[in-house]
Write a protein that binds this ligand. Structure first.
Ligand code: M6R
Length: 593
């Protein structure tokens, strides 16, 4: 989703800005732009709805005054207004003196815009962010100081923002943040800003994070203010090692990420196995004992959470509840509850909001793939799912690693609380050790069957996914992958619900994917579908269309079945001519709520 970069360097800014934006590409975006100060006090603006690389061509074609070392850049994922160059950031004020990039959503953009237009301001775009340009323009005319103008403008905003304002005339640059990540870093190479450290980690060793309400002058001596009052800069944080990836020109990340799952699972299990069996994976977190687990997340992370929560209840008889992060407001948190917030990116706004709005004294544990993320910084303890970089927008190996680490956590906490014995925990861990091999076998079975199966379903307009018990979240995950990548309707239900409504959708040829973990009640549901001409595509126990090896104890339920489900979505998407790595309308890191 949206990404920000800014720089104040001695050499020309475009190189830094475009390199940084390329490192933010994996998050997903639909337009990009940079604004760079020029030698004559003007600002050069370059924007595109093509890939970030297209900015290089625009800069090369520039024949205006020499470009300087101060600039800002942005990748946009449309929320307000369609995808077009005029809606791309940076936006500018009426005089084109100020340029602004903004992440987040302004709740009061409508009334502010009406007020500003009434006062004579002329808007160029449909984007909420543009109000910031005109607000600062007004305040700057009165205060004649950019830091004050941005502070006063921020006071008028409601919603969320990470914003950088560049004054082309003076070369001053001011950043402000509220409920949206933004960080600033200085080094011998210059001063940098970014919404994600990965964009600038090549040029800095440490960085500082803007807190809610902070407004900072980005100069050689960072002038930090909080709630309008000069304050000390927060302590620096060492930057993490740079992840070795960018979207570049590769187009098949999802495929290789599915292929990597046996190896990633083996690494994760090897890493946590011993500490699961003796309970130290839980005790090492230093969290208080809990009576019930409240799991929050979105999308695939929520499905992983459902598997982890169900494992706690099934293996140890402990209660759990599931909360869709965007619906967390107002949910009751009973004493003795541990909240487990799951997010591969750790930047999902719905999850961050849910944590912010929860009671301060209720412990929160985060399960993330990025231990330097905003979520990781907000919570009482952090576990890494250690999946490594995942570029495909559709979560695959992060899902598998979340399930494994989350299940390991559950087993460890049950050992530590005496609900299961160490001996039983050891058996469960031994079962986990077999997963990589079973993944590989499941992938082989899927590759054998999928070409014919894809041919059978390529014209189907919709799919049902069914399972029972521990298989239900896998059915949900299979349906999510299919709709995300193929743009076909896919609904998931506990199989028992079929006769309470969804059966009305089944007609001759309707594909019904059954995640078959051996529950004998599924036979009746399969008959109900067949009687209406539905096409049964079963995945799981022997005799299924795609057989996956069964685990003896199945602490994570039928995890192996997810491999054919992912591959079905991928193969059908490719067959239909869609880009599986970059599904339409979606982003890897969903930073708006
Ligand atoms: O980064 P997160 O795990 O918090 O992301 C949550 C969802 O946006 C994400 O899982 C989404 O559903 C995936 N694209 C699914 O493949």
């Amino acid at each position: 989703m949206c990404g920000i970069i800014g720089c104040r360097t001695t050499t020309a800014a475009p190189g830094y800005l475009i390199t940084g934006l390329k490192l933010l590409e994996y998050r997903g975006y639909d337009s990009a732009g940079i604004a760079v100060s020029a030698a004559d006090g003007s600002t050069a603006l370059f924007r595109t709805t093509e890939r970030v690389d297209a900015l290089n061509g625009l800069v090369r074609a520039w024949d205006g005054p020499a470009l300087g070392g101060i600039g800002i850049g942005h990748t946009r994922w449309a929320t307000h207004g369609g995808v077009c160059v005029t809606n791309a950031h940076p936006h500018q004020d009426c005089d084109r003196r100020l340029s602004v990039v903004h992440n987040g959503i302004l709740d009061n953009a409508g009334p502010l815009r009406a007020e500003l237009e009434g006062a004579g301001h002329s808007f160029a775009s449909e984007v909420d962010s543009e109000v910031i340009c005109h607000l600062v323009e007004d305040r700057l005319k009165v205060t004649r100081d950019l830091l004050t103008a941005v502070s006063q403008s921020a006071e008028q905003l409601t919603g969320s923002w990470a914003v950088v304002v560049l004054d082309g005339l003076t070369g001053r640059m001011v950043a402000a943040a509220h409920r949206s990540p933004l960080l600033v870093a200085r080094s011998a190479e210059g001063t940098f800003l970014a919404s994600d450290i990965s964009a600038i980690s090549d040029w800095v060793e440490e960085y500082r994070i803007l807190g809610d309400g902070d407004v900072v002058e980005v100069s050689e001596d960072l002038a930090w203010t909080r709630a309008g009052i000069p304050s000390l800069a927060p302590p620096p944080i060492m930057r993490p090692p740079r992840a070795s990836f960018s979207l570049l020109d590769q187009d098949d990340h999802m495929n290789s990420e599915i292929d990597e799952q046996p190896e990633a699972a083996a690494r994760v299990i090897e890493g946590i196995g011993r500490s699961v069996a003796d309970g130290t994976l839980w005790t090492g977190l230093g969290l208080p004992p809990f009576q019930r687990l409240r799991v929050i997340g979105c999308g695939t992370s929520l499905n992983a959470g459902a598997i982890i929560g169900a494992g706690l209840s099934r293996l140890g008889g402990q209660a759990h509840s599931m909360v869709v992060a965007s619906e967390a407001a107002g949910t009751v948190i009973e004493p003795g509850t541990l909240t487990l917030a799951i997010s591969q990116s750790g930047e999902t706004a719905d999850v961050l909001r849910a944590i912010d709005e929860g009671p301060e004294d209720a412990p929160v544990l985060a399960l993330v793939n990025n231990v330097h993320s905003t979520l990781a910084r907000k919570v009482d303890a952090v576990l890494s799912c250690s999946a490594g970089p995942e570029i495909g927008v559709a979560a695959t190996k992060t899902f598998v690693c979340q399930v494994l680490v989350g299940t390991g956590l559950v087993i460890a906490s049950l050992v530590a609380s005496g609900r299961i014995t160490r001996h039983d925990a050891r058996s469960l861990v031994d079962d986990l050790y077999g997963i990589p091999e079973r993944f590989a076998a499941a992938a082989l079975a899927a590759h054998r069957e999928l070409p014919g199966l894809v041919e059978e379903v390529r014209h189907a307009s919709g799919f049902l996914f069914l399972g029972r018990g521990a298989a239900v979240p896998y059915a949900a995950e299979g349906a999510l992958k299919l709709k995300e990548l193929t743009y076909r309707w896919a609904e998931a239900y506990p199989a028992g619900e079929l006769k309470h409504g969804p059966l009305a959708l089944v007609e001759t040829g309707t594909p019904v994917v059954i995640v078959d973990d051996g529950d004998p009640r599924l036979a009746g549901n399969i008959s109900e579908v067949r009687a209406r001409g539905g096409l049964i595509l079963s995945v799981g126990r022997p005799g299924s269309r795609i057989e996956t090896p069964l685990s003896a104890l199945a602490p994570c339920g039928p995890l192996e079945a997810v491999v054919p489900l992912q591959l079905l979505a991928l193969r059908l998407a490719v067959d239909l001519g869609f880009d599986a790595d970059k599904p339409r309308n979606l982003a890897k890191s969903v930073t708006v709520d």
